[in-house]
Structure formats: C-alpha cells, structure tokens
Design a protein around this ligand. Structure first.
Ligand SMILES: Cc1cc2nc3c(=O)[nH]c(=O)nc-3n(C[C@H](O)[C@H](O)[C@H](O)COP(=O)(O)O)c2cc1C
Length: 257
C-alpha cells in the first residue's frame, strides 16, 4: 500500500470521510486509531493521514495519544482532516503543534463540516452537508495527490486562549461526565455499547453497562444503542445521530473489543 489513513470516529462521520478518501486515493490502508494505539506502528508510505472529529474546539484525547506515538514511519506527506459541526476551533492548529513537538511536519490540514449531535438538522439540510462533504473530499484528494502544502490557519492569541480554556475544561470534566451515562429499562443486554466503545471504557455487569471513567466522550455507546436505552444526564437532551452511510457493523470493526 502507498498510503495510510488512521481514523477515530464516534457517530461515523469521520469514518465516512476516511473511507471515501481511501477509495478515491487508491492503494490506501484504512486503520482505526483505537486499534492502532496499542500496536507497534511501522512502515513507509507516500502519504499518511489522520481523520478525526473536533471535540470541544480541539483534538480528541485518544487522537492526541496516537500522535504522540507516531514514530517508526517513513512518510513523504502527513496531513490531518478534522470533521466538525460548524466550529473547527483550534483542532488543526493543535494537530500541527503536536506534530512539531514530535519533530515532524504536518504538510496540510483540512476541515470538513458534517452534521453534529449538538445541532438539529432537518433531512434537507443534512443532505446538503453530505453533498458539500463529497465535493470537499474531492478537492482534498486533489491536494493530497499533488502533495501540496497547505497553510494551517492560526487563530490568534486571544482566540487561542479562549479555545484553550474550553478544551481544558472539557478534558477535565470528561471523567465526571462519564458518570452521567446510564441505561433505562429498554436495555436488552446486547452489549453493543461495550463492544463499540473505542476506549474499552464499558464493562457489562449482569448484562448492563458500567462506565469505567476512561471515556473519550465520542458518544458512540449512546448513539449506536439499538434500543435507544442509553441515556445521558437527567434527560439525554442530544438528538440521536449516526452517519447514514456507515453501518453498525463497520463501527464495530473499528473498535478494539
Ligand atoms: C464531545 C464532543 C464535542 C464536540 N465539540 C465540537 C466543537 O467544538 N465544534 C464543532 O464544530 N463540533 C463539535 N462536535 C461535533 C463533532 O465534531 C462532529 O459531529 C463530528 O463530525 C463527529 O465525528 P464522528 O462521528 O467521527 O465522531 C463535538 C462532538 C462531540 C461528541
């Protein structure tokens, strides 16, 4: 294989983008970050990409840990793709800095706007976003094929300060937030929540999930629960959303369990 794409995905958006990119690039190995993080990584590639969702204006913790592990590669061109719900924040700038700290250069960073669990879209609006995403992926592929460098825009000092505060608060609260997940009487003890969790953070006790406070807060457990039995807080609040082009089977294949 000439190329490799590593992805992390909760509702399937980033997996959809990564899959489309792999198909359009050709000769591309598609690897889930939650699996790769515990394996030795080695190889030589023409291009290597990381595709992930924006979490609280930044990079999900599991992706941060993954970038810190990247070492035994010979790669001509590194790039990152951040899928987001309308506010990229500092995710690409943060990725670029993480690469710099590892002595590597991120040649290009791309943002792709997707439907988000936080914003309610109707079907028409959602379809428009998917169409725009297809066109965006085509343009991204052209840039990658030509190995063109793309400047990663900087947010400026004050903006970065504010983004940084929100991101740090989010990471700090993740552990507490994990305690807010619970399951109602609809639970049929299928165990999908435990299998799909990319962080292996869910254990089953008498068939029902228990969260172990190592959550990456991707919401995969809640969104992919076939019975909609998983809840968050007093009322779940969030609209349930999974990417319509990605199947539960594909998501389960991405997880470590
Ligand atoms: C915990 C969490 C935090 C998020 N924070 C942001 C954000 O700051 N800005 C934004 O535009 N979207 C945000 N989103 C939306 C996701 O980035 C977006 O829906 C993404 O495409 C999801 O990709 P995935 O399905 O691959 O996980 C957030 C989603 C989650 C679960």
């Amino acid at each position: 294989m000439d190329n490799v794409i590593y992805y992390f995905s909760g509702t399937g958006n980033s997996l959809k983008v990564a899959k489309d990119m792999a198909e359009k690039l050709g000769s591309t190995e598609l690897i889930s970050i939650s699996k790769a993080i515990n394996q030795e990584m080695y190889g030589a590639f023409e291009t290597a990409g990381i595709v992930f969702p924006v979490h609280s204006k930044g990079v999900p913790m599991m992706v941060v840990k993954f970038i810190k592990k990247l070492k035994s590669f010979k790669v001509a061109y590194y790039y990152a793709v951040a899928t987001h719900g309308g506010n990229l924040g500092g995710a690409l700038e943060q990725t670029s800095k993480l690469f710099e700290k590892r002595g590597m250069k991120l040649a290009a960073g791309f943002a792709v706007h997707m439907p988000s669990i936080y914003i309610t879209f109707n079907e028409e609006e959602q379809n428009k976003l998917f169409q725009a995403c297809d066109q965006r992926v085509d343009r991204i592929i052209q840039t990658i094929k030509n190995k063109k460098a793309q400047v990663i825009e900087k947010n400026g000092f004050l903006n970065n300060l504010w983004i940084g505060i929100q991101y740090k608060m989010f990471l700090w609260l993740i552990y507490k937030r994990d305690k807010s997940f619970w399951v109602n009487e609809k639970c049929n003890q299928c165990g999908i929540c435990a299998k799909i969790c990319p962080a292996e953070n869910i254990e089953l006790k008498d068939g029902r999930p228990i969260w172990k406070h190592n959550c990456s807060h991707c919401y995969a457990c809640l969104q992919w629960c076939p019975m909609q039995a998983l809840q968050y807080g007093k009322t779940t609040g969030l609209k349930r959303y999974t990417n319509p082009f990605i199947s539960l089977k594909e998501m389960l294949q991405s997880s470590r369990n």
